[in-house]
Design a protein around this ligand. Structure first.
Ligand SMILES: [Zn+2]
Length: 281
């Protein structure tokens, strides 16, 4: 069955001047519309959903427009945009869909910036963590964004129900994830490593997960800034994402996907389409 895409036009309503701007998701949406995916509208996550992951004072500051750092602006109503994106994650997790929403989430930790990093890397709420905590099932999180998901690691480090696996560029922003710690398995790679070594590393990463049968669900932090020439390029192509999708399908679990990075909009759309086609093949 074709994976459904969770999307609301509302997520295009802020930050036109920023690299994490609406254009990237708008163009991706157009590509996926041409490919005849079905789209579903999310509802915002509730404060209770968010409090399973984030500190109450951080949420208060975010709502009041007081949470700002060098790369993560305090836009007007950003709390509402972020809540809707987290709601997209909740819906995607329920229906095993793909959430094509912004802002992304994997750099956002419990108190905002995570693991001692100075900024939140364009993230406000950790969408993946909100979805995983809401499902409450043993979950394997696979993060294929080109940056390490320091926020997701911070939330789940030591959590016996969750294993976090990340393949990402290093050295690079945010500077974390250069080694594995406990239930957080990190696979750093140098810039523009290319498809062959990337897929070898992904295979190694997935085979490092012990006792895969115990997981009820797989959550994929799907970033496309690993595309050749994008912000965290690992020199990947459309074909690589198809191959990644095939490997995720081989885990044979209920699976949902959340958009993280990826800044070349049309490429993001093609990458999502190829990832899902590989997954469904
Ligand atoms: Zn990224």
């Amino acid at each position: 069955m074709k994976t459904k895409i969770v999307f609301s036009e509302k997520c295009l309503g802020y930050g036109t001047w920023h690299i994490e701007g609406p254009q990237r998701v708008k163009l991706a949406h157009e590509v996926l519309k041409e490919q005849r995916y079905d789209f579903l509208e999310p509802e915002p996550a509730t404060e209770d959903d968010l409090l399973r992951v984030h500190d109450g004072d951080y949420l208060w500051n975010l709502r009041k427009g007081l949470a700002e750092d060098a790369d993560t602006p305090a836009y007007d109503n950003i709390y509402e945009f972020a809540r809707l994106s987290a709601g997209g994650a909740l819906l995607a997790a329920r229906i095993c869909g793909f959430s094509l929403m912004r802002p992304p989430g994997h750099h956002a930790g419990v108190f905002g910036a995570a693991l001692g990093v100075a900024t939140r890397g364009f993230c406000y709420l950790n969408n993946m963590a909100v979805a995983v905590k809401s499902l409450g099932k043993p979950t394997l999180i696979l993060d294929v964004d080109g940056h390490h998901g320091n926020g997701t690691q911070e939330v789940f480090l030591g959590d016996p129900k969750v294993v976090y696996v990340s393949v990402h560029r290093h050295p690079h922003y945010p500077g974390t994830g250069f080694r594995s710690e406990g239930n957080c398995l990190n696979f750093p790679l140098p810039a523009d490593i290319g498809e062959k070594r990337y897929l070898e590393t992904l295979d190694r990463a997935l085979s490092a997960v012990k006792d895969i049968d115990r997981f009820g669900v797989v959550g994929v932090s799907a970033g496309f800034d690993t595309y050749m020439g994008d912000l965290a390029s690992l020199g990947l192509t459309d074909n690589t994402y198809w191959q990644v999708g095939k490997r995720i399908a081989a885990l044979n679990k209920p699976t949902f996907f959340l958009l993280e990075g990826g800044y070349m909009g049309e490429k993001v759309g093609k990458g999502i389409d190829q990832l899902l086609k590989g997954f469904e093949s």
